[in-house]
Design a protein around this ligand. Structure first.
Ligand SMILES: [Zn+2]
Length: 271
């Protein structure tokens, strides 16, 4: 190759790289559906806000989020078990109900469990992993410390462990194009995680998991009594607050009922 030809070959390569970079930066997920995955009439808000609103009841939403990315479907959290639709679940925390099953909401948008490539869970509490076993062929995306903690000996396993599972150690760019990113946000549990999604019209959205249970706790950085690590909780919130500021993202707090009520629900979707 002559020096001149080599120059053109290099230039062509550079132009291609420059042309490719903005496309990557603008990659988006196509659609996001907010699904009603339960409701909790809790008797004492101070379980999540120690010393504040002691003995005051609070109504909490519990959501699943279905994401379409090209030909792929991804589910973020699975809510209370669908069986709760038949039989409400009463515990010392409150009463959990389900107005609709997850199965029915998926069927309504024409998605079968086998169509779902990834089931990512924010953490392994029962109101987030209640239906993981409905998706035996999907790959569960979960942090390794969460699996080590939740499946420890003597504990009730949150779902069947013998299944496709990808164990993460930190953040993950799920589709490799920056459109859907799992953010490691430990503190509520050892391997808690949140999700950053970019949509074509809606823009950037952070799905919190239980990083905070309701807006007042997020605004005041209050740490629930059941969190496994308060320092990690503060650090994880600071990490997400920075992402929200940098991306001008919306923060969708899973259990915050006013947020849920203000949203469009499946079969409507965000794009
Ligand atoms: Zn939780």
């Amino acid at each position: 190759m002559t020096p001149r030809n080599r120059f053109f070959a290099l230039t062509a390569g550079a132009v291609f790289a420059l042309a490719a970079a903005p496309t990557m930066a603008q990659a988006v997920a196509d659609k996001l559906y907010v699904m009603d995955c339960g409701h909790n009439a809790a008797t004492d808000q101070s379980r999540w806000s120690p010393g504040v609103n002691v003995g005051k009841p609070i109504e909490l939403s519990d959501n699943c989020y279905l994401i379409r990315h090209g030909a792929d479907w991804m589910l973020w959290d699975t809510g209370y078990p669908d069986a709760v639709a038949e039989k409400p679940l009463t515990s010392p925390i409150g009463t959990a109900t389900r107005a609709k099953t997850l199965a029915a909401q998926l069927a309504e948008v024409g998605v079968k469990p086998a169509d779902i490539r990834y089931v990512a869970v924010s953490h392994t509490h029962g109101d987030h992993v209640g239906n993981v076993d409905m998706f035996p062929t999907s790959t569960v995306l979960i942090q390794k410390p969460e699996v080590d903690w939740a499946f420890a000996e003597g504990k009730q396993p949150p779902f069947k462990k013998d299944r496709p599972m990808k164990l993460l150690s930190g953040d993950l760019d799920v589709f490799g194009d920056g459109s859907v990113t799992i953010l490691s946000t430990p503190g509520h549990t050892p391997g808690h995680q949140s999700l950053l999604v970019r949509l074509p019209k809606t823009g950037w959205v952070v799905l919190t998991g239980d990083l905070a249970h309701f807006k007042d706790n997020w605004d005041n950085d209050r740490v629930p009594s059941m969190n496994t690590n308060a320092d990690e909780t503060h650090a994880s919130r600071a990490k997400v607050a920075k992402v929200v500021a940098d991306k001008k993202a919306q923060l969708w707090i899973n259990h915050d009922l006013p947020t849920f009520n203000s949203h469009k629900h499946s079969p409507q979707f965000y794009d």
